[in-house]
Design a protein around this ligand. Structure first.
Ligand code: AMP
Ligand code: MG
Length: 518
């Protein structure tokens, strides 16, 4: 396996002079050199061939012992120096100090077809940033991250990618419900890929420590390699840099809202500087449309990271990044202008996104009201978001509207006349609104079906794949992986996955309740 290895990150940025793998505060450095832990009996369970192809790894090489050893941390690729990054972060609204790659180890960077990719293992052992934890990951959370990152990519949502999912062969102790009942689970390692794994927190840690020299180095590096179109680093370009991060963050979140993805832990250490979805932990997919829903039981009380609050939290996180960059910009006004613009852009893009979900192209002054009424209706009784919008592309008139979307209701037998009337009233408005559009209903359907996915990684689907994988059967992982490559396509043979969450999954751990334990 001959890879085109680069060392740009490690050669241009300051490293920790301490080479010991001991837990500590790491200052004056962007990263620490650290080696992955050897594992007992590594076994590759699944590979993303699309991603491997982008890295220049052939199908034969994917089958090799060498590949297996690399992606499980059991062998170091020649002339590479794995490392863990230092970052801080605001967790649930509070500054948490140094966090860092506690269980992520970056192996190397590959340049292929003019693209630079970082290869990182998650769950490959302790690092100086592991704090009180073990640096490992379990199979359940690894299956979830592995499948979801690739699913998001195919949904056209900006994201980090997955290369491989492996068992380590080691056992890992976890207390899933945090109720004092820890149990051993299978250890696993995901190899994941991104042009950069830098987070808001990588920048925040320097400003928090008043280390403006290193902050500047890191910002300059980021602009040079990831925002090169902005030109040479300068005060003015630091402002443009912030503007672009703000725009990318908003775009990502609008996409989350569009497909019904709830990240679950939007702490600033989980916000990518490239505006990519990163760190798939206790995330979830909306089943019933509900602005108040969060899958994360750790956030059950305040629901800070609930579906409807994601755009606000994006802005809150950008405020933290603005504060972080202030020492090298030294002007408040341009930063405030950008943050104000986020709000304006959000209103505009959110409306645009919802219009596209409804197949509306031209502008009408009542569009916002039409959408607000719809969102109210969707929350009257439990109504499946994915099924509703997908079915809506076959809408013809208010007489058949209710029948068309009936399947989206979880308890269809008990829908009151009052609710039916509200739906019929909305369908009437929608019919009238569609009448002023200029495209045919066939064209509208085609457009809507490219925006409203037919297949998403519903929470119970991952859980079924996990339950099987726990017993040593990995076929469902592959079935879901293949299914989610074409989320917008009709796949008649896979119609069973275009279905509401089954009742057994309603209150099951892993399906509707997820903790940060992983
Ligand atoms: P998260 O909210 O899961 O993204 O993690 C927050 C912080 O905890 C990050 O610094 C992680 O690296 C660290 N962390 C989470 N799980 C572990 C683990 N099992 N071992 C070491 N560090 C961990
Ligand atoms: Mg994280």
């Amino acid at each position: 396996m001959k890879l085109n290895i680069q060392n740009i990150f490690t050669s241009e940025l300051p490293s920790d002079s301490n080479l010991e793998n001991s837990r500590r505060q790491v200052e004056n450095a962007v990263f620490s050199y650290v080696k992955p832990k050897k594992t007992k009996k590594p076994e590759v369970l699944h590979i993303s061939p699309e991603m491997a192809n982008k890295l220049g790894i052939s199908n034969d090489e994917l089958k090799s012992e060498f590949f297996k050893n690399i992606v499980t941390g059991n062998e170091i690729y020649p002339n590479t120096t794995p490392y863990a990054m230092c970052y801080g972060g605001h967790q649930f609204g509070n500054w948490a100090g140094q966090l860092g790659d506690g269980r992520a180890i970056n192996l190397f960077e590959i340049e292929h077809q003019n693209k630079n990719w970082k290869v990182q293992l998650k769950g490959a052992g302790e690092t100086p940033y592991s704090r009180t934890a073990d640096g490992l990951a379990v199979l359940r959370s690894s299956v979830r991250e592995y499948l979801c990152a690739e699913a998001m990519f195919h949904l056209n949502v900006p994201t980090t990618r997955s290369l491989s999912l492996s068992l380590s062969g080691d056992e890992v102790l976890r207390d899933v419900l945090y109720d004092g009942n820890p149990a051993y689970e299978k250890g696993a390692i995901v190899s994941r890929i991104s042009p950069s794994f830098l987070r808001f927190g990588n920048f925040e840690i320097f400003t928090a420590r008043k280390d403006i020299k290193n902050l500047k180095k890191l910002v300059n590096y980021t602009i040079k390699h990831h925002f090169a179109h902005l030109g040479k680093p300068s005060k003015e370009n630091y402002i443009h840099f912030f503007k672009e991060v703000s725009e990318r963050t908003l775009k990502m979140i609008i996409d989350w809202q569009r497909v019904g993805f709830v990240h679950g832990v939007m702490n600033t250490d989980n916000m990518s500087i490239l505006g990519l979805t990163i760190d798939y932990g206790p995330y979830g997919w909306l089943e019933g449309f509900d602005f108040g829903w969060t899958p994360n039981t750790t956030d059950r009380q305040h629901k800070r990271y609930r579906y409807g609050n994601q755009p606000n939290i994006g802005l809150w996180n950008l405020y933290q990044l603005a504060n972080t960059l202030y020492p090298i910009i030294e002007e408040v006004e341009p930063l405030n202008t950008i943050l104000e613009q986020y709000k304006i852009d959000f209103e505009k893009q959110s409306l645009q996104m919802m219009k596209s979900k409804l197949g509306l192209i031209i502008s009408d002054e009542d569009d916002l009201k039409l959408i607000q009424d719809l969102e109210e209706n969707l929350q009257l009784v439990e109504t499946d978001m994915t099924i509703f919008f997908r079915k809506l592309s076959n809408f013809s008139d208010e007489k058949t509207g209710f029948k068309l979307i009936k399947d989206a209701f979880y308890d269809v037998e008990n829908i009151s006349d009052d609710i039916k009337n509200k739906w019929n009233a909305w369908f009437k408005k929608y019919t009238d609104r569609l009448a002023i559009e200029r495209i045919s209903s066939k064209e509208r359907k085609e457009k809507m079906d490219l925006i409203n996915p037919k297949y998403v990684l519903r929470n119970y689907m991952s859980q079924m794949a996990i339950d099987e994988a726990d017993k040593g059967n990995y076929t469902l992982i592959n079935e879901l992986f293949q299914l989610l490559k074409k989320p917008y396509a009709e796949q008649p043979e896979n119609e069973k996955w275009f279905a509401k969450r089954p009742e057994w999954a309603r209150n099951k751990v892993g399906c509707s309740m997820l903790s940060c334990s992983s």
